[in-house]
Design a protein around this ligand. Structure first.
Ligand code: KG4
Ligand code: ZN
Length: 343
């Protein structure tokens, strides 16, 4: 038996049906993602029932393709890892049931993975972690600063009090009449626009590492409303650039302050909004002269995928975590509790 560790992972928490095989926690052997974005576009957002149905239709094919690409058999895997939450319950269930069936039929250990732990561990595929580590998690459903003292332990030191960063992007994009998902559309526009509007920055109380984006979202909507009433022409590129400047300012400054305060050795960027050009540039600039290493995942590892679930699953497997055969989808799985769960 080979000493190498192979993990087959499944991710179906939202609108991507994904599977991947990772060798020794860091080497991607196969990575397959079937996106449903086109099906949800005409509704302006993810429709849970449609997402579940697509996952059911795609999962077998995605798994077969992953194994074929790797030229491996399920029996060669050390464990099957699967996103158990958070996410859409019907969508999660498809992945959880597929993972259970595969693991049980082949009598291989099953490992449950928290979706956000996966986003954080996407960074370990490129570079080994150095602790203490701080992760800035920015996705469609989450905006958090997560402190890690060691593998598998997560402490949330700041989080959004209202909208997640990605959610704010998607909502503002919708008011600007841009297609779903709005984040990449605003990012593109922001590159060609200028920061002509001084939108608010929600710094909150001194010393707080929490975030708030709902005030900014309202400010953008008010700005649009007022300029329409005055009969002014709307410049979407400048609005996008001004909105993005506010989001990126707050995310970058708070991450930097928290990194200093907690004396971390490494900062990692995680989640769908990690694909944002403006955020990637500003963080790189800000940390360039700090004595802290900064990791930003390549674009293919920012949006939902299963390689990141395998990366987190690999560590969980090594640490002895095993899911029981009655593993269930948990749409509101808590990250800190997940990190401190018994083996
Ligand atoms: O992590 P993710 O794929 O799904 C969740 O786990 O939520 O994140 C999706 C979010 C969406 O809100 C999308 O608009 C946003 O990430 N996003 C971006 C960019 N690319 C994706 N937001 C800003 N700029 C981008 N380039
Ligand atoms: Zn995600």
């Amino acid at each position: 038996m080979s000493k190498d560790q192979f993990i087959l992972a499944i991710e179906t928490s939202c609108d991507e049906t994904a599977a991947a095989i990772l060798k020794n926690g860091q080497e991607v052997i196969a990575n397959v993602v079937a996106s449903q974005i086109e099906s949800h576009k005409r509704f302006g957002g993810v429709v849970p029932e449609i997402a579940s149905r697509h996952h059911v239709e795609q999962i077998t094919m995605v798994l077969e393709e992953t194994l074929k690409k790797a030229n491996m058999d399920v029996s060669e895997m050390n464990a099957i890892a699967v996103t158990e939450g958070p996410g859409l319950v019907g969508a999660l269930l498809v992945g959880v049931n597929a993972a259970k069936a595969l693991a049980y039929a082949n009598q291989i250990p099953l490992v449950g993975v928290h979706h956000i732990a996966g986003h954080i561990y996407a960074n370990r595929i490129e570079k080994e972690f150095t602790f203490p580590l701080l992760a800035l998690v920015v996705s469609g459903g989450h905006t958090e600063l997560v402190l890690m003292q060691e593998h598998g332990s997560f402490e949330i030191i700041g989080e959004t009090r209202d909208d997640a960063a990605g959610e704010a992007y998607d909502k503002v994009a919708r008011t600007l009449g841009l297609p779903y998902p709005g984040g990449p559309e605003i990012d593109k526009l922001a590159q060609v626009g200028e920061e002509t509007i001084d939108f608010p920055r929600a710094w909150l109380e001194t010393g707080s590492f929490d975030f708030s984006f709902s005030g900014l979202k309202s400010a953008v909507i008010n700005h649009l409303h007022n300029s329409k009433q005055r009969g002014e022409e709307q410049n979407n590129a400048n609005i996008a650039a001004s909105f993005q400047a506010s989001v990126v300012d707050v995310l970058t400054e708070k991450t930097y302050q928290a990194a200093k305060e907690y004396g971390v050795k490494q900062v990692v960027l995680a989640g769908g909004v990690a694909a944002n050009k403006g955020l990637r540039q500003r963080l790189t600039q800000k940390f360039s002269d700090a004595n802290i290493s900064l990791s930003i995942p390549p674009l293919w590892l920012c949006t939902d995928n299963a390689a990141m679930i395998a990366a987190a699953g690999s560590i969980a497997y090594e640490q002895g975590h095993r899911a029981a055969w009655d593993l269930n989808a948990n749409p509101s799985l808590d990250l800190e509790r997940y990190g401190s769960r018994a083996k």
